[in-house]
Design a protein around this ligand. Sequence first.
Ligand SMILES: Cc1cc2nc3c(=O)[nH]c(=O)nc-3n(C[C@H](O)[C@H](O)[C@H](O)COP(=O)(O)OP(=O)(O)OC[C@H]3O[C@@H](n4cnc5c(N)ncnc54)[C@H](O)[C@@H]3O)c2cc1C
Length: 587
Amino acid sequence: MSTTEAPTLRGGAWLIEDAPAESVTTPETLSDEHQLIGQTADEFMTAEVVPIIDRLEQKDWALVKSLLKRAGDLGLLGTDVPEALGGVELDKAASIVVGEAIGRSASFAATFGAQTGLSVTPLLCFGTDEQQQRYIPELVNGTLVGAYALSESGSGSDALGAKTRAVRQPDGSYRLSGEKMWITNGGFADLFIVFAKVDGEQFTAFIVERDFPGVSTGKEEHKMGLHGSSTTPLILQDAHVPALNVLGEVGKGHKVAFNVLNYGRLKLAAMCSGGARAVVGEAATYALQRRQFGQPIATFGAIRHKLAEMAIREYAVESMLYRTAGLIDGMLQGSHAGAAVLAALEEFAVEASMLKVSASEMLDFVLDENVQIHGGNGFVKDYPAERHYRDARVNRIFEGTNEINRLLVPGMLARRAVKGTLPLIPAARKLQDEILTPGLVESPGDGPLAAQRHAVTAMKKTALMVLGTAMQTYREALADQQEVLSGAADILIDVYAAESVVLRAAAAKQSSHAALHEDTAAVFVNDAAGRVEIAARNAIAAMTEGDTLRTLLAALKRVLKVTPVNAVAIRRRVADAVVQKKGYPYG
Ligand SMILES: Cc1cc2nc3c(=O)[nH]c(=O)nc-3n(C[C@H](O)[C@H](O)[C@H](O)COP(=O)(O)OP(=O)(O)OC[C@H]3O[C@@H](n4cnc5c(N)ncnc54)[C@H](O)[C@@H]3O)c2cc1C
């Protein structure tokens, strides 16, 4: 692994390079500007959204619209939108800060995400000047509500299999026919980003206003959760759409659809992160007040283990999230031009998919443990634990299911390797020579976090070994090996998470919470190395046999030599911090 002065601003480069801690964006390095917009969003949620969640769940869409308008007035809908289009023109890290605050209400977060991530982003990246001027300022101030209509009953994951058709008219306009499903904000949106096939073939994005002839929405879906978010079909019956409302190029709708989802995934991860942070507080507060056997349940080791693990897993997601936002901002260098934003989002699509998977699964873990800590009270509606649990389940389904996102992670890296835009193949060859040399064991070195850095390097080598072997073994047929690809994705996610955690802890070494950061990094890396080892063994055993299998397993054993830490003692210390703070303890 080569060490560079600053991280290469290329998606996936972390797999073959080491980044210095000073180069990484973390929650601790956020500017006053970030803190300020975060505080605004937090106060808005505390004062205006969280207290009325029950009313939102009665599907009072006028109330939801008024909250969106209020968020617009506060600048929260246009955090990273240029000032010329009514936005606040901050960076992506600022959007993540805002997204985390909004994540405290899952229903409002869905409404908010459909407005900012899924409606404003496509217009910003693909809209003409005229389209941007016409729609973005009013979306950003909350006067207009947007929605994103890609899915259909027969095509969710296979979005390009959409049946909605657009027929070109002699005057250049289009007639759209078809039905879109599960559209967030469907019940009250004023405009929809709709995907349809021109003449049944060319997949294309359109801006469709609710008032266009032939546009209507269906009944609200009866959902497991997110009862305060509108989800309806969008019905297009020969809907008349002017030629000027084609978004991007005819036949290039896939570019709009997938790039928008890249940003959507990042924002979804931010909302999951914020939701988890708030729930660590709910769980700790409940555990302190609930007494069994004459003492608060927060004194029991089994409960403390849960509280610590909830905080540790959220810490890992938060670390990846801000690191990724920092990489994107580093590439953008303050630019808000649509083309630059598009290129940056595409560059870090792998990281966005990793974050979507890890944040949604981390949140489900946290919310499940929260129900468990609440016991019977976790299963009844008197406490918010059961609502959180139901609301979060969809995060693993929308914005690309976690299965699809897992497949994308190694798939995109392998494509970049083959194209030569990411030098994974030479790195894998060099590694092959290195790891097949018996007796080569690097020393972990001294000092705090040295062992963790060493473990991260070992995990990177392991990831490269698995990905390299998969590419060599299956070549063009790699995409058919979903089990191996999904396992590789889990390894890659753990590698990125572990490195992000270690870099953050190293960057926080002067802070008053330095010891807590170090503890968290130590236990996270310890567990991640264990998971990576199992996943790598399974993948290698699936891909190779005989001598090759034996050689690779021996190499894995040599490479991934990680000394275990006393995870019980460390988690006890993390739990102490959670209980003392009655919440997420790092800030
Ligand atoms: C509350 C809610 C809000 C939503 N909001 C929107 C919205 O605003 N706009 C919008 O366009 N859509 C929206 N959706 C739709 C959502 O994006 C889709 O449900 C999602 O993409 C999955 O598609 P599907 O439901 O058709 O599942 P399917 O694609 O049928 O998938 C079913 C299962 O098969 C797996 N699977 C599918 N294909 C593959 C494959 N190639 N390899 C391996 N496994 C595979 C999936 O991972 C999943 O586990 C929303 C959905 C919900 C529930």
